[in-house]
Design a binder for this molecule. Structure first.
Ligand code: NI
Length: 198
C-alpha cells in the first residue's frame, strides 16, 4: 500500500463534481486501500477521492471511537466504511452545530450545521448496494465527505463567517472554556481539545 499526497485548496479538483465509479476492478481496490492508509496516516476520520486528486465518487470513513460511561475511548470501537456513488436519501429535520476540520484545508476549523441523522444509499467496494442509517458524529462525517464528491467544502457552510478559526485560535478558545468550567466547579469530562479531520 502507498500513502498518497493529499491535495489542498486552491486545487481545482476539490471544486469539481466527481465522476461515478463504474469499474470495481483491481485498480479500484488498490486505490481504496491506499486511501485508507492515507486517511489513517493523516489522523483523519474521512477522506474523499478528490482529496487525493481523483475525481471519483468514492470516500473512506473511519468513525471516532465510542466512549464508555467515564468518557474513555473504547478500544477497537472505530468503524470503517467505504462508500461508492453515495447519495443522501433522507435527512432529519433535527440539526446540530459542530466543529469540522478538513485535510484539504490544513490549519483551520469552522462551525457547521448538519442534519443530526441521515440515511445513505451507496455501493460497497465490490459494487454491492449499501443502505446505511447514521447519526451524530458519524452522520456529520458522511455529510462532509459526500459534500466533497459534489465539490462542496465545509467553508461554504459556516454557521457564521466569524465561526472560522486557525487551529491555534480554536485550541486557545476551547482551552479557556474548559478552564473556566473547571474553576466554576463544573464536572468536565472532556480533558483535551480535539477536532476531527475529514
Ligand atoms: Ni474534508
Amino acid at each position: 500500500m502507498t500513502e498518497l499526497q493529499i491535495v489542498t485548496l486552491p486545487d481545482e479538483v476539490l471544486r469539481k463534481k466527481a465522476r461515478p465509479v463504474t469499474k470495481f476492478d483491481d485498480d479500484l481496490q488498490a486505490l481504496i486501500d491506499d486511501m485508507i492508509e492515507t486517511m489513517r496516516a493523516a489522523n483523519g476520520v474521512g477522506l474523499a477521492a478528490p482529496q487525493i486528486g481523483q475525481s471519483l465518487q468514492l470516500a473512506v470513513i473511519e468513525t471516532l471511537p465510542k466512549v464508555d460511561e467515564d468518557g474513555e475511548d473504547i478500544p477497537d470501537s472505530r468503524e470503517l466504511f467505504v462508500i461508492i456513488n453515495p447519495r443522501i436519501v433522507w435527512e432529519s429535520r433535527e440539526v446540530i452545530d459542530g466543529i469540522e476540520g478538513c485535510l484539504s484545508i490544513p490549519g483551520y476549523v469552522g462551525e457547521v450545521e448538519r442534519a443530526y441523522a441521515v440515511r445513505v444509499r451507496a455501493q460497497d467496494r465490490r459494487g454491492k448496494p449499501l443502505k446505511l442509517r447514521l447519526k451524530g458524529w458519524t452522520a456529520r462525517i458522511f455529510q462532509h465527505e459526500i459534500d466533497h464528491l459534489n465539490g462542496v467544502l465545509y467553508i461554504d457552510k459556516l454557521t457564521d463567517r466569524e465561526n472560522f478559526w486557525t487551529d491555534e485560535e480554536y485550541y486557545n478558545m476551547r482551552q479557556a472554556e474548559l478552564e473556566e468550567k473547571a474553576e466554576e466547579g463544573e464536572e468536565v469530562k472532556e480533558t483535551a481539545v480535539t477536532k476531527p479531520n475529514e
